[in-house]
Design a protein around this ligand. Sequence first.
Ligand code: SF4
Ligand code: SF4
Length: 385
Amino acid sequence: MTGDVFNPEQLSRCISCGFCLPACPTYAMTGDEASSPRGRITLMRALQDGTLPPDDDTLAEQSSFCLGCRACEPVCPAGVEYGSLLEQWRVHQWRGPRRPLVARALMLLVEQRWVLRLLGLVRRAAHGPAAALPPEPGASDALPPEPGASDALPPEPGAAGGPDAQLMLGCVERGLFPAVSRAARALDPGLAAPTAQGCCGALHAHNGDLAGGERLAERLGEDLPGTIVTTSGGCAAHLASVLGRDRVRELSTWLAERPAGAELRVAGRRARVALQDSCHLRNGLGVFAEPRALLRQVADYVELPSAATCCGAAGTYSLLRPKESRRILDAKLDEIEAAGVDLVVAVNPGCLRQLRTGLRRRRSPVRAVHLAELLTRVEPASRPD
Ligand code: SF4
Ligand code: SF4
């Protein structure tokens, strides 16, 4: 496909039926066909056949406005791989200096392994061992403390536990949420977690550097031979696309059932919890039943009407398009608060950051936690009150 921006076969699959329009958050926001998956594919075709010049403003705007959430994929009867088309589009739109500065800086940062380790150390020094689940303003029902928690990762178990499964520590988690990896290790002490591991490359693939995204994923596959277990839905989808689905397990698909009777209690009663799906985990890998099943075992689960819809984090989107990201998030937070839940659970660090930041800003009593953190805090069921 020399000279082509897009894989022609992928681009030809769209039959313009429009079934994807109701699933698209940017179309819902604007009602504008150009901001829908079908409209964007029409733009891609115009770019491919030269009808639109490469520097056309609408092309630039729509490739950036798209969340990359892939909600348009599962509803498409023609099997259009929209996420892949968007990655190819951004290689074209964001080549060289046209890539947003923030994205460039982050991509450079996560490639440096020493930076990842330093981020974790700085975070620990600044916030101390309790940083992962800080008390929220107005939240009177703190989760029970994690028994024996220290902020360092548990020692590597060597050959103990799962024969060849290793935990991916992740860039965002190492910097912002080290307790998530600690919780995953507590849930499965057999998981090794070597500190000599790099970035998975999802950030690169989603920001116009497909070759870099592939290179980093392959390198991580060498760092972590065997099965890779990750607490990040977005990383799972990217790694699976490069290394193959049989090499990669998102945490909820890895964990066994909880012990019978174990439950999470808040204010003397069984907790009410909701889930925010990870877009790429759900729409890319089809994983959505597993985290819900785990939550139903330990708490009263409440399905949010928009659980499957993007929270506005979308990788670097919240940094590159803060106004639109905030608009999407605000609607989501209204829904979470109206649901009367104690906790909203994320299975991706970007979603966790987005939800936690938004809830804190509102001084909401609802708290955002990662699934791994929640599951480490379940207790044997107490006698009925
Ligand atoms: S992307 Fe799929 S659902 Fe959307 S218009 Fe094209 S064929 Fe139809
Ligand atoms: S990836 Fe998300 S925002 Fe982009 S076209 Fe598809 S549904 Fe719409």
